[in-house]
Design a protein around this ligand. Structure first.
Ligand code: GLC
Length: 442
């Protein structure tokens, strides 16, 4: 998740096992039940007025603060408990999937990644809220998060906060080396980075999330898209193209040319923050949340004034593309307290709660009105860039089998980034494996 994350994801092997395994378990599998026991979750945990809300780690502290506020306002009536889930979206998804497949979940409200909706809806794990959330209300939110919640012509939750991959840059360093504007293309980025590294002894040119996990998929897809490649055209897998190969070559090239550290193939957001905010790199690709950490006690030197934020670069003539991320609020189909859960969803997705999260954690709101709020624009400059970045934001493939597709992509993209396989070979492998998944789905 966007997180102001502190946890390290588990080993790719562990993740690979669990995600594959549970995708194959159609219903309540033995493995699922065993894990559920280990996690200590009973079944149908909603007591009277007691709601369980799941979300990944939130070290910004703003989430618990808001929940406390909701609980105070609803004292004697409703009480929401935050059940903290893994920071890594893939691990978090595995966990709830296991519980839902076993038919034993105590969750009422789910803070869910935008990529989960199709799979959760297709499996009947979340509530269809089409009647509760009419088009007149939907129009108050950005279109992309609404789309991310739409599956089978129904809507399955409310938008919470949104994300788009952003390019953070050290405006102070660029200026010192004679650059007044951030790069528009990957080539310009390389030239600028090399000059600043040389002039000012900065260790790296760029860092990003290259590890074998969901964030690695988002990052690699940005290289693919901005070189004119894509994954699907309708139901057809089109990933094996010269454009995709060129995208992965640019990404790998940053490592071989010494702009990105070798270790970037193990980087998640957690490793990106200290590299950029600790002053080791000129550029970093990350989500909006990182802005809130600038100039804090962990990173006192790289203050917000030194940082610029812009859209992901592209190549001449290719489209701009920022990976669409973000998190929604969904209600468990198993919850005994769906009306009460909806009250919480309404409250959390409303303007005041969204504004508070934007101001204190620089998370991008999904309410359109907040993009014209002067206080938000001033304190959260990423909202200004996001106006363009969100227009260019591109969703990852929408499929009830997305988690399976992502697993294949994260593995191959990571293999290519590490140089263990050529981009051509990685893309050929992906063409076959994604095709099989798509065929299985149809
Ligand atoms: C951010 C995005 C989410 C994405 C994740 C990958 O949390 O909001 O959509 O899947 O990063 O790490």
């Amino acid at each position: 998740m966007t997180g102001i994350r502190r946890e390290r994801p588990g080993t790719p092997e562990a993740r690979r096992y669990s995600r594959r395994d549970f995708l194959k378990v159609g219903g309540a599998g033995l493995a699922g039940t065993a894990l559920l026991g280990a996690a200590g979750c009973g079944g149908g945990g909603s007591g009277s007025g007691n709601l369980v809300f799941t979300m990944g780690t939130d070290t910004s502290g703003t989430l618990q603060g808001l929940i406390d506020k909701f609980n105070k306002e609803n004292k004697g009536k409703l009480k929401v408990t935050y059940r903290e889930m893994p920071t890594d979206t893939g691990q978090y998804f595995d966990k709830i999937k296991t519980e839902f497949q076993a038919g034993q979940s105590n969750i009422d409200i789910i803070g869910g990644d935008v990529i989960w909706t199709a799979q959760m809806a297709a499996n009947g794990w979340v509530l269809d809220v089409t009647d509760r959330f009419p088009k007149s209300e939907q129009s108050k939110y950005l279109p992309a998060p609404i789309e991310s919640l739409t599956y089978d012509d129904k809507i399955w939750g409310k938008p919470w906060f949104t994300d788009a991959g952003l390019l953070f840059y050290r405006a102070d360093l660029l200026e010192k080396s004679g650059f007044s504007e951030p790069p528009q293309t990957w080539m310009e980025l390389q030239e600028m980075a090399e000059k600043v590294m040389q002039d000012q002894g900065i260790k790296y040119g760029i860092v990003f999330q290259g590890s074998n996990y969901e964030g690695g998929v988002c990052n690699a897809l940005e290289y693919v898209w901005t070189h004119g490649g894509d994954v699907l055209d309708g139901d057809e897998v089109i990933i094996d193209s010269p454009e995709t190969v060129a995208g992965l070559e640019t990404q790998r090239g940053f490592v071989t040319d010494g702009l990105a550290p070798e270790g970037v193939s193990t980087y998640t957001e957690t490793e990106t923050d200290p590299a950029f905010l600790g002053g080791d790199t000129v550029f970093a690709r990350n989500w909006s949340y990182m802005y809130a950490l600038a100039g804090t006690s962990d990173y006192p030197d790289v203050t917000p004034e030194k940082i610029g934020v812009t859209s992901i670069p592209t190549v001449e003539g290719a489209p701009k593309a920022n990976c669409q991320g973000g998190w929604n609020l969904l209600i468990s189909a198993n919850s005994d307290l769906q009306e009460e859960a909806w009250e919480f969803v309404q409250w959390m997705s409303a303007e005041p709660a969204q504004k508070e999260r934007a101001l204190s954690a620089t998370l991008l709101p999904t309410r359109t009105s907040l993009y014209d709020d002067p206080e938000v624009n001033e304190k959260v400059p990423t909202t200004v860039v996001a106006k363009t970045a969100l227009t260019n934001a591109k969703p990852r493939p929408v499929s009830p089998y997305y988690s399976d597709m992502s697993l294949e992509m994260s593995e191959q993209f990571n293999t290519s980034l590490k140089g263990d396989e050529s981009p051509e070979a990685a893309v050929k492998t992906l063409q076959d494996s994604l095709q099989q998944i798509v065929e299985q789905a149809s």
